[in-house]
Design a protein around this ligand. Structure first.
Ligand code: FAD
Length: 282
């Protein structure tokens, strides 16, 4: 551990629920490797719309917690009734979960279905009303703006509403342009929002996947990065080395400029996250 990754910063890692037992076994190995090296403050587990996906989140939370690590399930409200959310909260309270990543969720192509909540601020408000201060509530932040947002000002205003509704901290969508994050933090200061906003970090391990995903979620890949990844598409070793350089430099600059920690989107793999961590500490 050195000055950039020292105590006081919050490091966390995100997983998605595997579909198979083999996937779960791999996830648990990744978790053990991350635990040994980074010892994250918590592991978050994503949440999909629809019944079976939700059960997979719960199942993954249970498997991760077997080894007494701290787990923060994501909970999204799109397509949910108040009663369903209430039952889910009870299940998490009974399991001893104390942190949630609280989201609206992406609107499914087939529509939201039964839906008592329109936006994440309503979910935060509901959870606070039902469970008081039991949970530490994280919400999503978008330094490059959410794809559905009408204006930068309205998007930030809606972010503020989530904090005003009782969220304790935020995790950002990933980005490769540090100025977007700095500006978001400046806006938080101007609006007197005094909560940690932890940058979400997406490792770069493949060209087509990251381009597709970024186009969908509204994260911009700067041209100089995109062109270099394109050139390395069939040379995986060079692509991984370049990706590790870019991401480590981003993390290092973020931590040095005062970011409160890092949230790694691990995609259920430990290798790229550990490589970044090793470089940050060397
Ligand atoms: P909101 O905060 O509700 O914002 C959604 C849009 O509505 C924005 O454009 C905002 O400007 C606007 N808006 C917000 N509040 C209002 C309001 N009161 N009135 C009018 N407009 C409003 N998705 C999943 O399905 N599962 C996951 O596990 C998951 N995990 C994520 C974790 C992180 C850290 C991040 C950054 C995203 C995650 N997502 C996940 C994606 C997220 O669900 C989508 O980006 C979704 O489209 C928006 O969710 P939100 O909570 O940010 O919504």
């Amino acid at each position: 551990m050195n000055s950039t990754t020292d105590a006081g910063k919050i490091f966390s890692c995100e997983f998605f629920p595997p579909q198979t037992e083999a996937g779960m076994e791999k996830l648990l190995i990744a978790r053990n490797e991350l635990e040994e090296n980074i010892h994250p403050a918590f592991y978050s587990v994503t949440f999909g719309a629809g019944g079976s996906n939700r059960d997979r989140t719960l199942h993954t939370v249970d498997r991760l917690r077997e080894d007494n690590v701290s787990v923060a399930p994501h909970i999204s409200c799109i397509g949910s009734t108040r009663e369903q959310i209430k039952q889910l909260l009870e299940r998490y309270i009974n399991r001893g979960v104390t942190r949630l990543v609280t989201l609206r969720g992406d609107i499914p192509e087939e529509g939201a279905g039964a839906n008592d909540f329109k936006h994440a601020n309503e979910l935060v408000e509901f959870i606070r009303k039902e469970t008081g201060d039991h949970f530490h509530l994280e919400v999503a932040a978008y330094p490059e703006y959410h794809p559905e947002s009408k204006t930068p000002e309205s998007d930030f205003g809606y972010f503020k509403r989530k904090i005003d509704a009782g969220a304790d901290s935020a995790i950002t969508q990933y980005f490769y342009n540090i100025d977007a994050y700095s500006r978001f933090i400046d806006n938080c200061h101007k609006a007197k929002l005094d909560v940690p906003v932890v940058p979400g970090i997406m490792p770069i391990t493949n060209y087509k996947g990251i381009v597709r995903f970024s186009d969908n979620c509204g994260a911009e890949i700067p041209r100089w990065i995109r062109k270099q990844l394109e050139a390395y598409e069939d040379d995986i070793d060079s692509l991984l080395a370049f990706g590790a350089d870019v991401v480590t430099s981003l993390c290092s600059r973020l931590l040095e400029s005062g970011a409160p920690g890092l949230h790694f989107y691990t995609l259920n793999q430990s290798r790229a996250t550990l490589e970044t961590w090793r470089r940050l500490n060397s």
